[in-house]
Design a protein around this ligand. Structure first.
Ligand SMILES: Cc1cc2nc3c(=O)[nH]c(=O)nc-3n(C[C@H](O)[C@H](O)[C@H](O)COP(=O)(O)O)c2cc1C
Length: 729
């Protein structure tokens, strides 16, 4: 529920502001270059930081007899305004140490003038300013709702900056760029909002209002350079100084410094009045600097970049929304007439692709089918078959269009028996794989009308292969005729990357070999991730655990006689190029903070550990228990592991042979070393398992026994806490 609240707020805010936000961002990008161009003129004097007002103010008065004011801009250029002898006011940039004219300020370029007005007020004055202020405020809300969406997506605050799961270009970069630019976008939004609000605040009082004219003296007369206050004030703290209009005593020097305003007696140098700027005024000044990039060139460029990111977010945000809504079939039949129901739970539209393909085929075969979101569950008086296809989101939660399902099932008990089948779409990289599909099963089990045709089927990473498994069974059980839809059979070419073979070994006595690939497109692969290959260029996918060794992707492969994947890999030679997909396996990563790691593998399950061991730069003690049939099958890895032992990357190695010598499995060896295993777990160590499922089952039983010495409840807890990590198939 929470995720959909944030999602709908984010989307609604974005839709309601996108037009003005686009205008503000495009103009913002242009305007950010204005201070950059100005700064490039470089009229800053070398001595600027060392001068005081007592040096500069008299000197400029002497050099420019009609001087009215001297000001220092954000680039620390000193600008003098004076009444020229030939008439009219003149402005020049000067060297404050010599009074030498350095340049004449140019008129604001008409393009910048136009952009500024559009950016500030859309050419509709006060109304435009209010609208742009509201847009800036909406941008704050969009950024905040975006933060919460990222937190939800990343499974909590602590993973905010962790790797993002790749789910299409628009979605992936919406999150990745969102995190990078968050601070800058919030800076633009907050300062923009504040400046808009500030216009409606009362103007702060002037220091001149505090002058007590009865106290103004004309003696003792002092030279301007002798005024203590000017001597004590560095030029760098000046914003603007106005010279007195005349020699009348009631005229004074008005000095605006960075934090306060002063009125100074023009004869004696006494401070007639002073006023500290209010916090609201200072904040407005600060906001102006931040928002306009006057802070400095780098800041201005960052503001331009943040504005460009906003444009990207507008594009990618709408692309994500369209993708979510695209491809949903229009129903030919009404819900009440349908014989077959397809109810879909989907967050990002992927599951709809599968559901629509089924819907289309059944309709083509003349079936009365109705397809809709799971949350639209209602009375289906003629339904005989119910197919539920749903993804899982968050931490084993329902996708947003399925949140209301539980209530709706309770609300609409069906009047006739309906046979159902549930297909869960999920990813094994999440600990609660297809959890929501299993939750629905429990809900349906409690009803009197729902009868299962099949157990829950799961589809990992939208694998057509998994899906076709369900289709075969379902058509077999129900008698509907269906073929695997062609569009689902092709691999998702968008994610395929090129890899070239850098080296390989020949199959050893046990038909195992090592193959290494390099790929500039898969530099981000990490030991423990999976490489999905498509040996026949169709939907058939084979997954291999990756070990990252010397920056290469290394696979350990066991050649099976009719093995699709292993035969394909075995035919590759050095230099051959293949296309494959990286499947992130977040839950099976070498732990960042731990005192010890015990790695347990059998056969080629050693693959990810080889990479993790080479990358163990912090020399965390690693104990490796690796099981093989016989010593000869270990020779493939022996020299490599010995080298890692001597380098200190690997603390100890337990070779366990099942057909020779002690004829043991790794689970037996662990049991023998139960004290060490228990100590490791008690001291915050981590145990990682990779290999066959039967090895995992045996080892988990042994670990349960070992843990039960301490506390019978501990094993599930340890798994939940990530102290026992498994990657077995
Ligand atoms: C933020 C996020 C959280 C996810 N959480 C889970 C999960 O807890 N369990 C699971 O099996 N899959 C999880 N997945 C994987 C999706 O269920 C899977 O990619 C599915 O095919 C997406 O289908 P959809 O596009 O129809 O939403 C998650 C994906 C994302 C992006």
């Amino acid at each position: 529920m929470i995720i959909s609240v944030w999602r709908y707020s984010h989307l609604t805010l974005a839709i309601s502001s996108f037009l003005l936000l686009t205008i503000a961002s495009v103009t913002g990008i242009f305007l950010a270059f204005e201070p950059v161009i100005e700064k490039s003129r470089d009229y800053k004097a070398a001595s600027f930081d060392t001068l005081t007002l007592a040096q500069t103010v008299p000197l400029l008065k002497e050099k420019f007899p009609g001087i009215q004011e001297v000001s220092v801009d954000d680039h620390q250029f000193v600008l003098v305004k004076y009444a020229a002898e030939e008439g009219g006011d003149q402005q020049v940039y000067v060297d404050p140490a010599t009074g030498k004219v350095l340049g004449i300020p140019t008129e604001k370029l008409p393009l910048f003038q136009w952009m500024t007005t559009l950016h500030r007020s859309l050419f509709i004055h006060e109304t435009g300013r209010i609208l742009m202020g509201i847009t800036a405020f909406l941008l704050i809300l969009i950024a905040v709702s975006g933060i919460f969406l990222v937190v939800q997506r990343q499974n909590g605050w602590k993973n905010f900056f962790s790797n993002v799961e790749k789910t299409g270009f628009a979605q992936y970069y919406h999150v990745v760029f969102g995190r990078i630019s968050l601070f800058f976008i919030l800076a633009i939004a907050l300062t923009g909002t504040y400046m808009a609000v500030y216009r409606f605040m009362p103007t702060p009082g002037k220091a001149s209002a505090l002058i007590d004219e009865s106290q103004i003296k004309e003696e003792p007369l002092k030279e301007l350079s002798e005024f203590t206050v000017l001597q004590q004030t560095p030029l760098s703290s000046l914003q603007k100084l106005q010279y007195p209009f005349s020699d009348f005593p009631e005229d004074y020097y008005n000095v605006q410094l960075k934090g306060r305003e002063l009125c100074i007696n023009q004869f004696t140098g006494d401070i007639l009045a002073q006023q500290n700027y209010t916090k609201t005024y200072q904040l407005a000044n600060f906001s102006l600097r931040w928002h306009t990039g006057r802070w400095g060139t780098i800041w201005a460029l960052l503001m331009a970049l943040a504005s460009a990111y906003i444009l990207f977010f507008i594009y990618s945000g709408f692309a994500i929304t369209l993708k979510r809504r695209r491809g949903r079939s229009k129903n030919k039949f009404k819900a009440k007439d349908a014989r077959i129901l397809i109810l879909v739970g989907s967050e990002n539209g992927g599951t709809f692709k599968f559901a629509d393909a089924i819907y289309t085929q059944l309709i083509r075969h003349g079936e009365k089918v109705f397809i809709t979101d799971l949350s639209n569950f209602t009375a289906f008086p003629n339904a005989e078959q119910l197919v539920i296809m749903t993804s899982t989101y968050g931490q084993g939660d329902a996708p947003s269009n399925a949140k209301r399902l539980a209530d709706r099932i309770r609300q609409y008990p069906q009047g006739q028996t309906i046979q159902y089948s549930i297909v869960g779409f999920g990813s094994r990289s999440y600990s609660r794989f297809c959890q929501f599909a299993f939750d629905i099963e429990k809900l349906l089990q409690k009803t009197s009308w729902a009868n299962p045709v099949l157990p829950v089927y799961t589809v990992n990473d939208k694998s057509p292969q998994d899906f076709s498994g369900w289709m075969t069974e379902w058509t077999h059980k129900t008698g509907f005729s269906m073929l695997m839809p062609r569009e689902l059979l092709e691999p998702d070419t968008a994610d395929l990357k090129k890899l070239s073979v850098t080296s390989r070994t020949n199959p050893d006595e046990e038909a195992s070999f090592i193959i290494q690939f390099k790929s500039s497109q898969l530099r981000h692969a990490v030991s423990g991730d999976l490489l999905a290959i498509y040996p026949r260029n169709d939907h058939r996918e084979r997954l291999y655990s990756i070990g990252k060794v010397d920056k290469n992707i290394q696979l350990s492969v066991k050649l099976h006689e009719h093995g699709l994947g292993s035969s394909f890999l075995n035919h590759l030679q050095q230099g051959d190029i293949i296309k494959a997909k990286l499947v992130k396996n977040q839950h099976f990563r070498f732990p960042k903070k731990t005192k010890k790691v015990i790695m347990v593998s059998n056969g080629t399950g050693i693959a990810p550990f080889l990479g993790m061991i080479t990358e163990n730069r912090r020399k965390i003690p690693i104990e490796l228990y690796c099981g093989f049939r016989n010593r000869s099958s270990f020779t493939l890895y022996e020299p490599f592991l010995n080298k890692q032992l001597s380098k200190g990357n690997l603390a100890s190695l337990s070779l366990v042979l099942s057909r020779e010598e002690e004829k043991e499995y790794v689970s037996h060896r662990l049991l023998k070393n139960s004290d060490a295993i228990l100590q490791c777990l008690k001291n915050g160590g981590v145990i990682m398992l990779c290999g066959s499922l039967s090895m995992q089952n045996d080892v988990m039983k042994v670990l349960e026994d070992i843990c039960s010495v301490e506390d019978p409840m501990r094993l599930p807890e340890l798994v939940a806490q990530g102290k026992i990590l498994t990657d077995c198939y």
